[in-house]
Design a protein around this ligand. Structure first.
Ligand SMILES: Nc1nc2c(ncn2[C@@H]2O[C@H](COP(=O)(O)OP(=O)(O)O)[C@@H](O)[C@H]2O)c(=O)[nH]1
Ligand SMILES: [Mg+2]
Length: 301
């Protein structure tokens, strides 16, 4: 039996969350074409007959550093050094830039072996150019392995899993093999709502909100959930509610479909919008939203 943990790292939108969902065959990590969707370290658990692999989807690296982003960055660093294997995911059509270079630096700072995963191979049009771009990465670091996949379509994902298993040590599972995550269901529900907001709104809204489940009640044949969408300015409230409540209704009905699929039960979802001024810079609020661990303080400073 193989057991180990694997951390995913890579620029925004390379397909880390799509990969974890493809491996687990469930929607664990929310995805969007907009940058900076993943905020927490999300761990998924892959189980098969001869292995258990804990996969961490990291939030990655950011340009702007508010308190929330700083926390996410530190959590990412901790996660990389404490895992057994790192998957550095790149997009086959991207050109290497300074963010990739800083990621490679982070990888070098750990003693953890790393596989270079080239995602979105379905988008390659010019192979020669592709191999040239790939060489730029390979020059900077001696990756244990390089695997080309399409996380969206599932191409070569099984091959990659096999490579991962080959590189992990023998060990017994530590989680129940029926589980696909150690995240509470409540967290997933909050994330589903947040995904709908990200996909339905524009500009600063996607980054300025978070979602909190306030009430959860199991009734006969239906799960009743009340949740708040927290925004950071009074002016964002009418955007989230929309004309005649149109936006909040659409967010709610889209999220409800996903939650029903997750729970396998009928769901009644009620959403509210609340304003918490500048919440992304307030430690207490970040803590209560599960976005601040406080651990970072003692290590890196
Ligand atoms: N064409 C294509 N698109 C992909 C693939 N993997 C992910 N995407 C898309 O890329 C976008 C970003 O994916 P996401 O998983 O959120 O990226 P993350 O920021 O690295 O977690 C989404 O719109 C995905 O549907 C792939 O293999 N092929
Ligand atoms: Mg993501």
């Amino acid at each position: 039996m193989k057991f180990g943990s694997v951390a995913l790292i890579g620029k925004c939108s390379v397909g880390k969350s799509t990969f974890i969902n493809q491996v687990l065959k469930v929607k664990l990590s929310i995805t969007s074409h907009k940058v900076q969707t993943t905020r927490n370290l999300i761990s998924g658990i892959y189980n098969d007959d001869d292995s258990q692999i804990v996969i961490y989807d990291t939030p990655g690296i950011f340009k702007s550093m508010n308190l929330m982003n700083e926390e996410m960055f530190k959590a990412t660093k901790r996660c990389l050094s404490s895992s057994d294997l790192i998957l550095f995911i790149i997009n086959s059509t991207d050109v290497m830039n300074h963010i990739d270079e800083s990621i490679i630096k982070m990888i070098k700072n750990t003693d953890v072996p790393c596989i270079l995963v080239v995602n979105k191979v379905d988008l390659i049009t010019d192979e020669k150019e592709f191999f040239e771009r790939l060489n730029e990465y390979k020059k900077l670091y001696d990756f244990k392995e390089c695997v080309a996949i399409s996380a969206l379509f599932g191409t070569n994902v099984d091959l990659l899993i096999k490579d991962i298993k080959d590189m992990l040590d023998e060990g017994d599972p530590i989680y129940d093999t029926e589980l696909f995550t150690n995240q509470p269901v409540r967290f997933l529900v909050q994330e589903y709502v947040r995904e709908k907001v990200i996909n339905l709104t524009h500009e600063e809204i996607p980054h300025s909100i978070t979602c909190v489940v306030e009430m959860w009640e199991e009734k006969e044949n239906v799960t009743k959930i009340c949740a708040s969408i927290i925004c950071e300015k009074e002016s964002q409230k009418p955007i989230l509610i929309g004309k005649g409540g149109h936006m909040i209704k659409e967010i709610g009905s889209e999220a409800r479909k996903d939650i029903e699929e997750l729970l396998g039960n009928k769901v009644y979802l009620e959403l509210f919008v609340k304003v918490r001024e500048d919440w992304r810079n307030k430690k207490d609020l970040l803590k209560s939203y599960g976005l601040y661990t406080g651990k970072a303080k003692d290590e890196d400073e």
